[in-house]
Design a protein around this ligand. Structure first.
Ligand code: GLP
Length: 246
């Protein structure tokens, strides 16, 4: 059975408005891997003619799946099945390591890499005296060629001998300086991307994402990093293992 036949027959069994039936049928096709991660969807007008519905109905169904994080739109390229990367939440890993575990190659585009005096906010989060030196790193983080996150890190000057030591991986540089975080506090919340962030991540403005703030501490208890990350909601699955109280 072709994909179109599958979806048509699934739509026949659904209930509710047409767009809802199409959305449900496509969701099932994705969940059962008939449509696989990174597969391109046919053009909207082809979907409309295949299923005998209007383009508005197709668009509404696709919008719904983009909202659920199952599809992504890439400007000029079309609509694709989202390729989610699972993130183990309870492990203190770096972006580079997370991607390598998934068989993806991490790379970054620098937005800024600078040295300066600590701001009042940073001085409170990092426990640094006013006037202390810090390094700041802003990066677009890619998995292969897909932009996954925007990350802005501040590191106390004492943690690294020189700023140039941070190349592909911040944690690799901190590890070499024996200052890799061994413990971290992290909080996260849902966000909507503004147009500037969306352009950097090649997604639509207003798309959903996750904001994560990590404060990392070195072995001796000193705060070693504060990083603000904006992850694409359609690219990441956060997984946490929960144990019952003994
Ligand atoms: C993750 C964390 C950041 C951390 C980064 C280091 O993305 N959320 O807090 O700074 O990893 O990654 P890398 O070593 O690849 O630069």
């Amino acid at each position: 059975m072709s994909l179109a036949e599958h979806i048509s027959s699934a739509m026949g069994q659904g209930s509710g408005p047409l767009y809802q039936k199409l959305q449900d049928a496509l969701r099932r096709a994705i969940e059962s891997q008939l449509l696989k991660p990174l597969d391109a969807l046919p053009a909207e007008r082809d979907l409309a003619s295949d299923f005998g519905v209007s383009r508005i109905t197709v668009r509404k169904a696709l919008d719904g799946l983009v909202g659920e994080g199952l599809l992504t739109r890439r400007q000029g390229a079309g609509t694709f099945v989202a390729d989610r990367v699972e993130k183990q939440f309870s492990k203190l890993t770096s972006f580079t390591e997370d991607m390598a575990t998934r068989g993806r190659v991490a790379r970054s585009v620098w937005l800024n890499r600078s040295e300066g005096g600590v701001t009042p906010d940073e001085s409170l989060t990092l426990g640094l005296s006013p006037g202390s030196r810090v390094y700041r790193f802003g990066r677009i983080r890619y998995a292969d060629d897909m932009p996954m996150a925007l990350e802005y890190s501040t590191i106390p000057g004492f943690a690294l001998p020189r700023i140039e030591l941070v190349e592909a991986s911040l944690y690799a540089a901190l590890e070499a300086a024996r200052n890799r975080p061994v413990r971290a506090l992290q909080r996260l919340r849902a966000v909507l991307f503004d147009s500037e962030q969306a352009a950097l991540l090649e997604i639509e403005p207003g798309a959903p994402g996750l904001f994560i703030e990590r404060r990392g501490f070195a072995e001796d208890g000193r705060a070693i990093e504060v990083t603000h990350s904006w992850y694409r909601g359609d690219a990441y699955d956060f997984v946490a293992e929960l144990n019952a109280l003994a």
